[in-house]
Write a protein that binds this ligand. Structure first.
Ligand SMILES: *[C@@H]1O[C@H](CO)[C@@H](O)[C@H](O)[C@H]1NC(C)=O
Length: 453
């Protein structure tokens, strides 16, 4: 069990600003101990606004902060400048370095490091910075409500990223027409690595997966010696040789040379290569429960873990202790009981139900942890499942796996989306009273106390 580790799952975003060299001529912030807290908060705002490149009223912030500086002077903190791009050459100026899969990049770790040195505003938090990547096909969905589902699945990811300060990239272009289907995500992940040297991690999340615990954060400390994290179970891959021993629909991959090399090998099983058919046969004969003939990325990954163990497996973390991504069928029936459990806790603990600004909500997730030590993780737990993945439901095409009824899929998705949305809307004063109903009601002050019978 990982219960005791959960107190370490959270990482403060309020760390002091980088003491980096200060390149532009914007005024510095003057802060002393007496207003460090406020200063930290303003810096965090600047950090977030700067990072998203939308400084709505930069001057106003500086003015307010100058007012603070009148009452308590001393220490100087540089204002980070996330837009500055000094003229000295970086890897971007090297015509040999490309974004596509067929372009080999060497010394990427060094190149990223040099870029970061030239862009010191990104130094703070660099080793935990995450860019989430997701996407869908370039054309409208065949399922009449498919695009509506995709919109809501995307909204959920935007919500999660906003709450935790992550960037997100939604791609709806097929970057390499020969790498279609399962394989389309790798050119996107690869291009994102080059586009985001400031990010340590790229987090791929399939379009049909959503966050059903908006508070939980990846336990990055646990992954410090690993470069690729997927939901999986070693014995199912090594002993059972099952192609579902892992799920490649959600993965976290470090922005480093190892990952570029690994993706080269992994993608060499894809449809853009002459060996595609042969790989299909090899994967199918190795993983007997694989029922379709095409080479697919998930079985390909399982193959590399099982058969090229010494080469790759020690850098791949199979996360099986919480719902890094969870199978929707075992999850969607648990939402009501989980909501009741969380409401019971909030009924007892006023500091958890206290109204607060969305920006500070991460700290409430941290406070909640001590009340969840008995909740467990994964199957049978009453902790909110982190990621619910609608594997086989195919919301866009509508051609769900024959194992499931359409209603089970569509109702499951509605319920999961509203379960997650309730955690977001709560900060805006509203909730969906019923998980299958997209309508909302305002919530009373001191919710959930006054609404309990
Ligand atoms: C929900 O809780 C009730 C009452 O404790 C229990 O009978 C039921 O089995 C639970 N449902 C699920 C899906 O766990």
């Amino acid at each position: 069990m990982v219960i005791s580790e959960h107190s370490h799952l959270y990482h403060s975003h309020n760390s002091p600003m980088a003491k980096s060299s200060y390149r532009n001529n914007k005024p510095s912030l003057y802060l002393s101990d007496c207003c460090l807290f406020l200063g930290g908060a303003v810096s965090a705002l600047l950090l977030v606004w700067g990072f998203y490149s939308i400084p709505p009223n930069f001057d106003t912030i500086l003015t307010q902060n100058d007012a603070v500086s009148l009452t308590c002077k001393t220490e100087t903190h540089p204002v980070p400048d996330f837009r500055s791009d000094p003229p000295e050459p970086t890897f971007y100026d090297d015509p040999e370095i490309g974004y596509t899969m067929d372009n080999t990049v060497r010394d990427w770790d060094q190149k990223r490091k040099e870029w970061l040195l030239r862009h010191p505003s990104f130094a703070t938090g660099a080793n935990e910075r995450i860019v989430m990547v997701t996407g869908s096909q370039p054309s409208p969905c065949r399922n009449p409500i498919g695009d509506h589902f995709l919109l809501r699945f995307f909204k959920n990811k935007v919500d999660y990223c906003r709450l935790h300060g992550y960037d997100i990239f939604y791609n709806d272009a097929l970057l390499d027409p020969k790498m279609f289907g399962y394989w389309a995500k790798y050119p996107v992940v690869r291009a994102t690595m080059i586009a985001h040297p400031e990010a340590e991690w790229i987090w791929w999340v399939d379009s049909d997966a959503l966050f059903t615990d908006m508070e939980f954060k990846l336990p990055l400390n646990r992954y410090k010696d690993h470069n690729l994290i997927v939901h999986g179970w070693a014995h199912l891959i090594h002993e059972k040789r099952s192609w579902t021993g892992l799920n490649a629909g959600v993965f976290l991959i470090r922005n480093c040379q190892w990952s570029l090399d690994f993706m080269d090998v992994w993608a060499s099983m894809g449809p853009q290569t002459p060996n595609y058919e042969k790989w299909g046969q090899t994967l199918r004969s190795t993983f007997k429960d694989k029922y379709f003939p095409e080479s697919d990325d998930q079985t390909g990954l399982a193959y590399l873990i099982a058969l090229e163990k010494d080469k790759w497996a020690d850098r791949i973390y199979l996360e099986g202790e919480y719902y890094f991504e969870g199978y929707w069928e075992e999850i969607v029936g648990t939402f009501e009981n989980i909501s009741n459990k969380y409401n019971e806790i909030e009924n007892r603990v006023s500091r958890l139900r206290k109204r607060h600004a969305e920006k500070v909500s991460e700290s409430y997730g941290l406070k909640r942890e001590e009340y969840l030590v008995d909740a467990g993780n994964g199957r049978g737990s009453w902790r909110r499942p982190f990621v619910t993945h609608f594997t086989g439901c195919q919301p866009c095409s509508g051609k769900h796996n024959a194992m499931y009824s359409g209603d089970a899929c569509w109702n499951g998705m509605h319920r999961a989306l509203n379960f997650a949305d309730n955690q977001v809307l709560r900060k805006y004063g509203f909730m969906h009273p019923h998980l299958l109903d997209n309508n909302v009601s305002p919530i009373p002050f001191d919710y959930p106390v006054s609404s309990q019978s």
